[in-house]
Unconditional design. Sequence first.
Length: 519
Amino acid sequence: MKFFILGLMFVQNIFSFEIEKISVSSAKSSYMIEAVKGEIIVQIPDEKRDEVVQKLKGSGYFSVEKIYKDFYLARSKSSLATSNSMNILEKNGIKAYPNRIFRPFLIPNDPDISNQYYLSNINAFSAWDFEEHKTTVTVAVVDGGVDSTHMDLTSALYSTQVVVAESIDRYDNRSFKIFNEYFPFSYSLDHGTMVSGVVGAIRNTEGISGVSTAKIYSFDVFRGSSPEGTGYVDEYGIIKALEYIKDNLSDDYYGKVIINMSLGGPGDCDPLLESAISDIYNYSSNSKFIIVVSAGNDAGDVSTPANCAGVIPVSATDEGDNLSSFSNYGSAMLNGLSAPGSNIYTTVPGNDYSYVDGTSFSAPIVSAVMAEVWSKKPDYKNYEVIDLVKRTAKDLGDDGPDKKYGWGRVDMYKAFSYIESDLSSKGVNKDFLAWPNPFYISKDVYIKFSVKKSIIYTDDKLMIYDFNGNFIAYAKRDGESGFIWDGKNQDGVLVVPGPYVAYYKSDKGHAKTKFMLFR
Ligand SMILES: [Ca+2]
Ligand SMILES: [Ca+2]
């Protein structure tokens, strides 16, 4: 791999490093990356350490600092461009890599008139019909922090947030201050609140519902990056966050942990990322971690770290199950999945909501589906969860796993049906179903219920309750095994949007199903 300067662009920021754009060419193609100017990451075997450090110091590097295992960050005065650094080292037979910059994968979006279509697209509403479960699964959102006072997020969050913040001492040593913040948290980017809403906005009648009921552990790795909100973090910072998760979230208290990274940058995976990622997977004997990463928004090849071995890269789809125009794709997707990423309605800071676009929002959908599967099946190993979600995804594009959609667009209902063997063996048609679900009063007029033949009997009734258990109305009989309801209470008044429960009871048995009602 050769590095050379194509054009220089310096971005001033509040800490002392400068960002440089460099062109990287591999055997296949060339592309621009952003990296910290004058810094390189070098892997130095222990037996060669003194010799290599000596060489580095003789070539203009004033600091060589161990950052992870046998990886070192070498810093020159920033007048030494990254590509020159690489060249000098290559001449000396030392493999070096740029300290790359990663950014969140958000695209500004114009509001559009739709709702949380992504929930029905992945069959979340039908999936939620399955029995509630209480096993803790944590989604670690490695992002720009979260607005912990958002009414749709507060109770989904742990009471602490981890901040990975750059710090440079008076001797010019770079390091990361890692500290806990307590409620209410600060946040460096709105992006983290948007991603968190998709993972787990609270399922109630207010605002939106996230895909899962997972607990969210928020990380702010963009703290201190540019104040205008176009945050970034270097590879060093990402490594520190991953190391923190491995060392601190392996405790049983957090249950299984899914690491969501809706960020990245162009280029191949490098040995430092590979090493940190494989350490996470190898860390615990009970395989309690999964890493899910957005594929990126350049309509080009899959970004890194999404292309690193072991992580689940996620491309974006739209309402019509087509690849979103901005979504990255490529051979790394053969290990990945796709999920809605266009027109995603989610939480933004200040108790507000907005439509957003990007693979940034596809990854948390996959993280959330995996979290739900894992909380139902806590005995599953990580690879069993990954396998199940892949095998139950809706195959799109070319037959089988492909470079655009990976194993397909996630289907939460199919994933759930698969693990509920008692249901899948009976076939879903025989179950007590609400249809259509979600139920839009304005366009659907009635929601229909089909009751299992085995429990249909005389003197039966189907009652609608709200989520707090308050009786709302009786559904009307419609045919032999069906009922309909028009969304009105017993006084003929339309009810408020939100989740409801239908309860059927006869002398032969009873059944319960949940559904979502929208205006
Ligand atoms: Ca809500
Ligand atoms: Ca396919």
